[in-house]
Design a protein around this ligand. Structure first.
Ligand code: DGL
Length: 265
């Protein structure tokens, strides 16, 4: 266990396998506009969602260590896959660091459900994990919840390909088989997918299906955890966002800021 020096003037750290966690960060910036943030996207090692748990754990620890070297006062594991594989050991290693993870927003989906089917789009790894099965067990008595493994979907976001016709082909193959007449909600259980919301809506052609994700809930929880420890800044000045990425492609940073500044719909 290592000693951390945590003070309120440090930034809040965010990690993800790539650019997906930016969908959580943009909510966090809205919720805590006076805070500084540092985001690390591990695009060089993406996707995480088709890797083994041990590998994901190691990559996540490595990413978090980078942020800790920089200096952070709290951490959002802004990746459903990394959360299920690594959040518990991370909390064990850094008990003094406020750490929040993200999980598919099944709870709010069930709470707002009117008897229809709930689809959960997520990476194959998230769906395989024990943590996910426990979550399902908690809520499946109250609704029909169907998991939709989406291997290969995050890559569209990583490539900045968020509105292409190829997405329709992808959804035809991977989503259409699960879409029944009574489908009421789609949970976007991977942080990359909120950037595809607009395209998913057009694919659904005006059908009345709610698209929900956990980014606001996670950001509010992060704020609460920092507040509880007296770690929020006392300033009225707007905060800053630093984005780092493990990919050698320089355009990843530019794409990251573009995604970060996309309006939340
Ligand atoms: N953004 C990640 C998530 O929320 C996963 C993408 C991946 O690396 O497969 O699950």
């Amino acid at each position: 266990m290592s000693e951390l020096h945590i003070t309120k003037d440090l930034p809040i750290g965010f990690v993800d396998s790539g650019l997906g966690g930016l969908s959580v960060l943009r909510e966090a910036v809205r919720v805590m506009p006076n805070e500084d943030f540092i985001y690390f996207g591990d695009s060089a090692n993406a996707p995480y969602g088709t890797k083994e748990q041990e590998v994901i754990r190691e990559l996540t620890f490595h990413a978090v260590d980078r942020l800790l070297d920089y200096g952070i006062k709290g951490l959002a594991v802004a990746c459903n896959t990394a959360t299920s594989a690594a959040v518990r050991p991370l909390r064990n290693r850094y008990p003094e660091l406020p750490i929040v993870g993200i999980e598919p927003a099944i709870k709010p989906a069930v709470m707002n459900n009117h008897g229809g089917r709930i689809l959960v789009m997520a990476t194959p790894m998230t769906i395989k994990q024990n943590k996910y099965h426990k979550l399902l067990e908690q809520y499946e008595a109250g609704a029909e919840i169907v998991s939709v493994p989406c291997e290969g979907l995050m890559e569209f976001v990583e490539e900045g390909n968020i509105d292409s016709d190829e997405l329709d082909t992808y959804f035809d193959i991977h989503l259409t088989p699960y879409l029944t007449e009574n489908t009421e909600t789609i949970v976007l259980g991977c942080t990359h997918y909120p950037f595809l919301k607009h395209h998913i809506r057009s694919f659904l052609k005006g059908r009345n299906i709610a698209l929900i994700d956990g980014s606001l809930g996670t950001s509010l929880e992060l704020k609460r955890r920092l507040e509880e420890k007296g770690l929020l800044k006392d300033t009225e000045n707007p905060g800053s966002v630093v984005i780092q990425n493990s990919s050698p492609k320089s355009e990843m940073i530019e794409l990251s800021y573009r995604l970060l500044n996309m309006p939340i719909d």
